[in-house]
Design a protein around this ligand. Structure first.
Ligand code: GLA
Length: 391
């Protein structure tokens, strides 16, 4: 049964009626610009055809009640209880509910009303796989409360509130990329975002090129700690470089040449992290012209370089991601392959000649399984539209 119909059925079994509304918010895949959004850089994601769906109705109860189908668990919280991360009965909020509760909190902080709802939700974005399942949950709940709350925010403002929920409520110091892509996705287009000005445009991908997502089936562990450490290293680099370049505010403001001149002043680990960011931002600056000229070969080469840099300088890859990328790059029709998202496990993204995409996917799965004894999931993805009210 399609996910939406299943949710409507479960909603009815749980709350005794059909849901008034259904929203959808997609996950994302990022093609280039990894770990640069929180350095004011440029990113090039696309929303994907996997999403979180919520079936919901308003209720007169004092609290919202959510059933997470993927966890087979419920949580109830009110505007008062979210402030202490507790449920209506004073028990702690389960981990999965921190995302919707964080969204409620961020909306309240913005002075927006958050009427109580009964909701059933589920996602076909794999969790912890680098495809932004959490941002898709946040963007879906933002839209759900917008539907009931009598206010309307532009998609970018919703993205910023989702990021605030994740930074200040969940405690992951993420950038804006994931929530942006989920909120602003456009069918069949890549999104090029300037994470400083928040200006963005869309770029078409040539018809004869496919985005293939390959899930290593390895899941990230302890990522929020590692993630926050990487961000702290970038901030340390900016502070040290400001001694020579007082005008810089972020690693975005330093060219590769300037960085090479001053890199010796940074301690080795901070230097590696900052070098990745400075060079990755330079790669993303080249991307737009390459894509517009249809130079997929050269763009793919930048993706390959990005993977090496994430592996060796930013040190956020893992053996399974490296194996998946190495195999992909050796296969016919592959323009570029790298891991996508925060790292430490999850998925790779591959740009592949469409006529070879099926063969490529099959060979990649077989060889990865032979090498690692792990069973990967590989699918040809499609750039989709952003979060929307379906009913
Ligand atoms: C996670 C974060 C994003 C971004 C990526 C790495 O997905 O949520 O903001 O930093 O990692 O590029």
């Amino acid at each position: 049964m399609p996910l939406i119909d299943r949710l409507a059925t479960i909603y009815r079994q749980t709350f005794g009626d059909f849901p008034a509304h259904i929203v959808r918010a997609p996950g994302r895949v990022n093609l280039l610009g990894e770990h640069v959004d929180y350095n004011d850089g440029f990113v090039l994601p696309a929303a994907i055809d996997r999403a979180t769906y919520i079936a919901f109705s308003p209720t007169n109860a004092s609290h919202s009640t959510l059933l997470a189908v993927d966890f087979d668990q419920r949580a109830s919280f009110s505007p008062a209880s979210v402030r202490t991360k507790t449920q209506a009965d004073s028990s702690p909020l389960p981990d999965w509910s921190l995302y919707p509760a964080g969204v409620m909190w961020a909306l309240m902080e913005a002075g927006l009303s958050v009427p109580s709802m009964n909701a059933v939700f589920a996602s076909d974005v794999p969790r912890g796989a680098g495809l932004s399942s959490s941002a898709s949950v946040e963007m879906a709940f933002l839209l759900a409360w917008q539907t009931l709350g009598g206010w309307t925010l532009p998609p970018m403002q919703r993205a910023l509130l989702g990021q605030k929920a994740e930074n200040q409520y969940v405690g992951v110091n993420c950038g804006i990329m994931d929530q942006f892509a989920s909120a602003c996705g456009v069918e069949d287009r890549l999104l090029l975002l300037d994470c400083r000005s928040l200006e963005w445009k869309t770029i078409p991908l040539p018809k004869d090129v496919s985005i293939v997502i390959a899930d290593t089936s390895v899941r990230r562990k302890l990522t929020s700690g590692e993630y926050n450490q990487r961000r702290a290293a970038c901030e340390a680099a900016v502070r040290l470089l400001q001694q020579d370049l007082p005008h810089i505010q972020a690693l975005r403001d330093i060219s590769v040449e300037e960085f090479n001149r001053l890199a010796g002043k940074l301690p080795p680990e901070v230097r590696r992290r900052a070098r990745h960011v400075v060079e990755e931002i330079e790669r993303t600056r080249q991307a737009e012209a390459l894509l517009e000229a249809g130079n997929i070969r050269e763009f793919g080469r930048l993706m390959n370089e990005c993977h090496v840099s994430l592996r060796d300088l930013y040190e956020v890859s893992c053996p399974e991601l490296n194996a998946m990328v190495d195999i992909a790059q050796s296969l016919e029709g592959c323009y570029g392959a790298r891991f996508t998202g925060a790292g430490f496990g999850g998925c790779t993204v591959n740009l592949v000649a469409s006529e070879k995409a099926h063969e490529f996917s099959q060979a990649l799965a077989e060889r990865y399984e032979a090498e690692t004894s792990l069973h990967p999931e590989i699918y040809i993805s499609h750039a989709s539209s952003g979060a929307a009210l379906l009913k």
